[in-house]
Design a protein around this ligand. Sequence first.
Ligand code: ATP
Ligand code: MG
Length: 371
Amino acid sequence: MAKLFLTQLNLAQFRCFSRLRLKTDHRSVILTGENGSGKTSILEAISLFSPGRGLRRAKVADLARHLNPSPSWKVSCQIDRDGTQRSVETTWMNNSKRRLEVDGKSVKQAELNDCVTILWLTPAMDRLWSESADGRRRFLDRTTMSLIADHAGDVMAYDRAMRERNRLLRHPDSDAHWLKVLEFRMGEAGAKLTRQRLYAIERLTRALAGSVSPFPIGDIRLISQEGAQATTIDREELTEALRLSRPRDFKAGRTLIGPHRADLVVEFQGQNRAAQLCSTGEQKALLISLILANARAILEDFDCPPVMLLDEIAAHLDTHRFQMFLAEAKQLDCQMWMTGTEWALFDSLAEEAQKFQMVVEPDGSTVKIVN
Ligand SMILES: Nc1ncnc2c1ncn2[C@@H]1O[C@H](COP(=O)(O)OP(=O)(O)OP(=O)(O)O)[C@@H](O)[C@H]1O
Ligand SMILES: [Mg+2]
């Protein structure tokens, strides 16, 4: 099986860091430190090497260290894939777009999968099952992107056409021909992205079947909100539904139907309880189950492991479940970047992990190697 891991991470003027260079080997990484010492910021920096806005969905300007008089930041890393090194870098300077380079060449976000796939779990996601469908759709789309590189581009194409259509819907005398063109584009991108979402669900379900996880999932489904045509995989049907929905959409001033009204439903195995009825720990267990299944599917399909970012992973899990998680994650042989408040939680990893202690200093946070 191929190996893939970060060997170096460099931050400049990023969040609470003025400068940081972290050298790592193939093993997983554990970061501990007091609140506000920069643990999540390190994971966030790595998450920028996957399509989107990173694990906190922050605006680029908010990532720049406040104390820096000229707002700009840079994050770079070295990735080892079976002995071949690649360098990935992302930079931002005031009033410009974020730039992304692989081995010195500019690349698009959707091309990052060719280099590294990154999965993450954060404490904010503990509320995924009880909050609005937006978060669940984003989660499903990230999972889908990790399995189908094209998906990021299709999501963007759909959103772009929908934003433009929504703009027209706010003006009653809008150009009907332009609306038709946009509905065609939404139908095309929308049906494709739904097909891809359904594939990802089917792939996760298969990967879950091979799991001996203590985090059992009964069923995963994509559903549509009432009358929203959110799960159709037929381009013409979606385009026509958008056309028919125009009068209602004009009244609402936005698009009421389409894959942006889809929702992800996950049930806990056994009593087939919907996720939002599960306890906090059970809901976290469902997420862990999905992320492990996602990692397994990536390994099987691409013969290359993802890098996993697991922020406060032990929160809400009892000791037994947390140790079971570590045991299962170890089998996947991924480089995991985990944060926690205490070393003791990770004792069972012993020498299999590299430990770093965050230290807050007057000129920004830094890290100390513990072992
Ligand atoms: N743009 C910025 N410039 C400077 N400091 C920032 C910026 N954004 C956030 N911070 C600060 O960086 C610090 C580190 O935040 P981070 O979320 O990484 O901490 P953490 O170690 O994960 O803490 P916790 O244990 O509470 O989760 C915080 O004090 C935060 O206020
Ligand atoms: Mg944190």
